[in-house]
Write a protein that binds this ligand. Structure first.
Ligand code: HEC
Length: 108
């Protein structure tokens, strides 16, 4: 039943997802220096890798632009809890990498 719920949720959300890939660049990092002092392109790319490795197993990966910062701040802790349900996969540092990546590439 749980599996079915997940599948239904994924289908319902399909409209929000696309396969288009956006490559993070130094320009994106520079845009965020006021908000994330000391942020680096390596950290941004690490967030992207962690996001793609951990957030696409139950549903398609949402485009970072699909949500504004306020929504990512609400959604990511919730979803990290799902990822960690059967054992710690994403610690606080990794969660922060994912959140910063999504906020940076959201652009809103
Ligand atoms: C264990 C399965 C699972 C994993 C892993 C998972 N999700 Fe989800 N996700 C769901 C389900 C189920 C929903 C439907 C809404 C809900 O239950 O909160 C959802 C909904 C979403 C939504 C839409 C939510 C909204 O409020 O509009 C986004 C965006 C999302 N997930 C992002 C992520 C991110 C980011 C990660 C990785 C940190 C992730 N998901 C990992 C199961 C998962």
């Amino acid at each position: 039943m749980k599996k079915l719920t997940v599948i239904l949720a994924a289908v319902a959300m399909a409209g929000c997802f696309t396969a288009k890939k956006v490559t993070p660049s130094q320009t994106d990092v520079d845009r965020m220096t006021a908000k994330f002092p000391g942020y680096t392109l390596a950290e941004l790319n690490e967030g992207k890798t962690l996001y793609e490795a951990n957030c696409g197993s139950c549903h398609a990966l949402a485009k970072p632009t699909s949500e504004p910062e306020s929504e990512w701040r609400r959604i990511v802790p919730d979803m990290v809890r799902k990822v960690n349900k059967n054992g710690m996969v994403l610690d606080n540092a990794k969660e922060e990498r994912i959140l910063k990546y999504l906020i940076t590439m959201s652009g809103r």
